[in-house]
Design a binder for this molecule. Sequence first.
Ligand code: DGP
Ligand code: NA
Ligand code: NA
Length: 212
Amino acid sequence: MKCGRGALVVLEGVDRAGKTTQCKELVRELQRSGRAAEMMRFPDRTTMIGQLISSYLEKKSDLEDHTVHLLFSANRWELVPEMKQKLEKGISLVVDRYAFSGVAFTSAKPGFGLEWCKSPDVGLPKPDLVMFLQLPPSVAAARGEFGTERYETSVFQQAVQSKFDQLMEDPTVNWQVIDAARSVEEVHKDIKQFAMNTINAVEKQPIGDLWK
Ligand code: DGP
Ligand code: NA
Ligand code: NA
């Protein structure tokens, strides 16, 4: 009997919410329970486009704001064939950031509207589940200093959070807000439950198109 497709599960949130730790934990847990699962992250800094983005984030180069927005989007699109192949083979993908970070980070800059920011990502494989790791700024601050990369300031991160709030009003996306102020284990338990339910629910459904 042919098995169903994998689920596309995305973790979003502001910096230091614990996305990367939780993505790794989830993949490990899914694999332990006998499910095919792999982690991906955006930006994927290993491709040629990803290297341009990485250099920009490390402030080793400057790029015009529209240009860098389109590069982040192109970095997602270049991985789409691989993502679709894996999903169709029954592998669930756990993705650290996706188009929502793309829109939130650029639209937090002056002069960028939400609609313009969304447009290059319209039609990407639609996540079956987007878990937003919610963290109050005070708790984020207690987790230590920001790094030195571009965007890593509390003023900018607050602007990003309010853009995420706007994106989460969209009922066409399956959002789940996760309280990320708890222990890694408690957060993991919730994430695992939502992911398992989604993986079981979407097996026989086609992959959707984001924002279409
Ligand atoms: P990370 O490798 O997860 O720390 O992400 C790198 C930084 O880039 C982080 O501050 C979030 C930001 N970012 C992620 N995706 C996008 C995007 O599509 N557009 C923009 N402008 N920023 C992004
Ligand atoms: Na970062
Ligand atoms: Na941007």
